[in-house]
Design a protein around this ligand. Structure first.
Ligand code: ADP
Ligand code: MG
Length: 309
């Protein structure tokens, strides 16, 4: 069955204009949908418009044009319901140094009108592994702990959608993995996740679908698997005993990248030819192959190709 869309964005535009400053078109005309239960990744270099998009959903930035629907609620008509449907973990960590995690979560629950009996403070503290620190001043928490506290804060009203803006920027590897696990377990409980990142590895590991944003425009939107499949070009390096004569027309899609004495590099398309055809082509010229190394490409290739200039 087709999953329903929990976020639906049509022709979303955002122009920042400040007196004396240049006008910035941060979002040009964004169209995208997020499906219930998925982990959706919005990928893009700095300045692409990721935070602008997230902050429009969260209500801290006003859109210039377009329609935004979250959990069936229109942002213009029902901003409160939109806000209640999402929990946002902002890019910047902002916690009062003299707050304790438990108090902060209780206060946040109060702000969202969650009744005392309905609060799940302990469950949340456990989920983000902060039970032990629940009564410590937040200034004594490590960077990673503070970030997890921000995740916890976004969860107090148990929203069906959690949005994380660059959740692991500046977080060390161990904590990053821990945070990924937290997010995965939330998702396993049925929470839809939207995250932005400029770590390709993170997007590749975490996301069911990925949208690539560049200069305020969506340049790709597909399942992670399909995006990876689009990487057609393979690069091969050969070390040989002498310089081969390569005529690019002999093998379909073959391109010579470099050809020095005994060392050359070619690229080809996986769907057009096979590596053994190249090897046979060399053997036919009596060339000895000492070594072969290949470069399979990853999401970074797609990303760089799409976000160039
Ligand atoms: P990202 O999160 O992908 O790095 P942002 O949404 O933060 O991108 O920024 C997109 C563009 O909008 C950038 O060019 C940025 O400088 C600009 N921008 C963001 N916030 C503001 C603002 N408050 N005023 C003016 N320009 C802004
Ligand atoms: Mg950002």
């Amino acid at each position: 069955m087709e999953k329903k869309n929990v976020v639906d964005v049509k022709n979303l535009k955002k122009t920042y204009s400040k007196k004396g400053a240049n006008v910035v078109e941060a979002l040009k005309s964004l169209n995208l949908e997020v499906k219930e239960g998925e982990i959706f990744g919005l990928l893009g270099p700095n300045g692409a418009g990721k935070s602008t998009f997230i902050n429009i959903l969260g209500g801290s930035v006003l859109k210039s044009e377009g329609n935004v629907n979250v959990w069936g609620f229109d942002l213009d008509k029902n901003p409160r319901q939109v806000r209640a449907s999402i929990g946002i973990v902002p890019q910047e960590v902002n916690v009062d140094p003299f707050f304790k995690p438990r108090d902060l979560l209780e206060l946040q629950a109060g702000l969202y009108g969650v009744k005392k009996n309905d609060r799940i403070t302990d469950t949340i503290l456990k989920l983000v592994s902060l039970e032990k620190q629940s009564n410590s001043y937040s200034r004594s928490l490590s960077g990673g702990m503070k970030r997890r506290l921000m995740v916890a804060k976004a969860m107090v009203h148990q929203p069906p959608i959690i949005i994380l803006d660059e959740p692991t920027a500046g977080v060390d590897v161990d904590l990053r993995i821990q945070l990924w696990e937290n997010v995965k377990s939330l998702n396993a409980k049925g929470v839809t996740i939207i995250l932005t990142t400029h770590y390709l590895e993170e997007a590749e590991k975490m996301c069911d679908r990925i949208g690539i944003l560049s200069h305020g425009e969506l340049v790709a939107l597909d399942t992670t698997k399909n995006l990876l499949n689009k990487i057609q070009t393979k690069v091969v390096n050969f070390i040989t005993d002498k310089k081969p004569n390569i005529n690019e027309n002999d093998l379909k899609s073959l391109k010579v990248i470099s050809n020095e004495n005994g060392k050359f590099c070619v690229s080809y398309e996986k769907s057009k030819i096979n590596i053994d055809q190249i090897i046979n082509y060399l053997i036919a010229q009596n060339i000895k192959i000492f070594d072969i190394s290949t470069d399979d490409g990853d999401l970074e290739d797609v990303f760089l190709r799409l976000t160039k200039n």
